[in-house]
Design a protein around this ligand. Sequence first.
Ligand code: UD1
Length: 427
Amino acid sequence: MDRILIRGGNRLNGRLPISGAKNAALTLMPCALLTDEPVTLRNLPRLADVDGFGHLLNQLGASTTIEGSRPEDFGRVMTIRAGQLTSTEAPYDIVRKMRASILVLGPILARAGQARVSLPGGCAIGNRPIDLHLKALQAIGAELEMSAGYVTATAPGGRLGGGRYTFPIVSVGATENVLMAAVTARGSSRIENAAREPEIVDLCRCLVAMGARIEGIGTETLEIEGVAELHGATYGVMPDRIEAGSYACAAAVAGGTVELANVSAGDMGATLEALRAAGVGVEERRDSIVVSSDGKLAPLTLSTAPYPGFATDMQAQFMAMLCKADGASVLTETIFENRYMHVPELARMGADIQVHGRTAVVKGVDRLVGAPVMATDLRASMSLIIAGLVAEGETSVARVYHLDRGYERLEEKLSAVGADIERDSGG
Ligand code: UD1
C-alpha cells in the first residue's frame, strides 16, 4: 500500500494551484440525474471520490465522458448524460465506501418517482445518521419505507408535491438532497435553517443554470418553485476552500510565502481570519491568496460551526499547525463527535494535546519529530502531512487512500513549492 514520505524542515515558497472543490463536485454530479439532457461540469478535481461517484452514476444508467485528462492537467471536464435511468438503486457496496452516495436519493426520487438507497452506517468521524435527509424528503411529499438496510422513497403519483421543512440542526448533505428533490416538485417548497456553505450556493447556481427556480440562495431560507423539467447545462465547479485552507496551514507552520492560485477568498472568511489571528500574513488578490509566515505562530481559541463559522473540515489542519504555536490553543469540535482521531498520531510526533470531551487543548512545543503515522480519515491525514512538513527527520504516512479521496496530487503540489515529499508505492 502507498505511503507518503516527508522529510520536514523546508520552507514553502511559490505558486500552488487549487483544484475544484470535492464537496461541490459530489453534489453537482448527482444534479445530472435530474435531466435527460447532458450536464457538463468543468474544473472537476481528479479524486478517488469523484471517480467513485462517476461509477455510481454509470450504475444508474448515466454515461460519463471525460475530457482534458492529460496527466499534467489539473481539473477535468466531465459530461454526464442520464438519458434514462436504468436503475434507481444505490447499493450498499458503493454507499458504505462513499457516504456522499446518499446524495443520489433526492435526484433519483425526483426523476423516477422512486429511489432505493442503502443506509450508509457509521464512519471514522462519528455516527453520521441520515435522519434529516429522510425527514426533509418526507416533508416535501416522499413516502418512506425501511427494510434490510435500505430506504425506499416513493413520490405518490410519480412526482413530489413540495412542502415546508425547518431543519433542527444545520446539515449540508440533507439540505443538498432536499433541494435536488424539490426543484421539480409539483408545488413550491420552503426550507428553513438550511446550510449556507459555499458548496450549497454552487449547487443552487448549477440548478438555476439547469432551469430551477430558487430564491434565497446563500441564506438560511431557500424557497423553491417546482418546475416541470430541467434542461442540460455547463457549469464550473467552485474552488476547493478546504484544500486551499489546508495548504495555507502548511505554509503558515513551515514558513515561507505561498500563492494559492484559483481560489475565492470570499468563501474562506473564518479560515483567513484564524490564520491572521495566528500572525500569518494573508493577502487577498482577485483569484488568489498569498500566505506568508516566518513560522512563528500565536495560539488560538477556535470552535467549529456551520458556515460562515469555522469549518469542522479545517479543525485537524489547524490543530497540526498550532502544535508549534507559542502557547496553548483551545479547539472545540461541535459538529462531529469523534473527530480527534489525529490526536494520538500527532502525539507520536511529539505534540502535546489533551482532549476533554469535545475540547482539545494544544500546547505548542519547540519541536516535532518525524515518525511512522497512520491516516484515519481525510482531514486527519492532512494534519499528519502538515506536522510532517515541520517535524525533524522523516515522517511516513500510511493509508494514503484517505488523502487520495480529497487532495488532488498532494505530493506533486507540495514538492513544487519546496517540500521534501514523495509517494512510496513499494511497500
Ligand atoms: C458535509 C461534508 C463534510 C463536512 C460536513 C460539515 C460533503 C460530501 N461532506 O458532510 O466534509 O465535514 O458537511 O460541514 O459535502 N446529521 C444528522 N442527521 C442527518 C444528517 C446530519 O444528525 O441526517 C448531523 C451529523 O451527524 C453532523 C451534523 O449533522 O453531526 C452535520 O452534518 P452534515 O452537515 O450533514 O455533514 P455531511 O453533509 O455528511
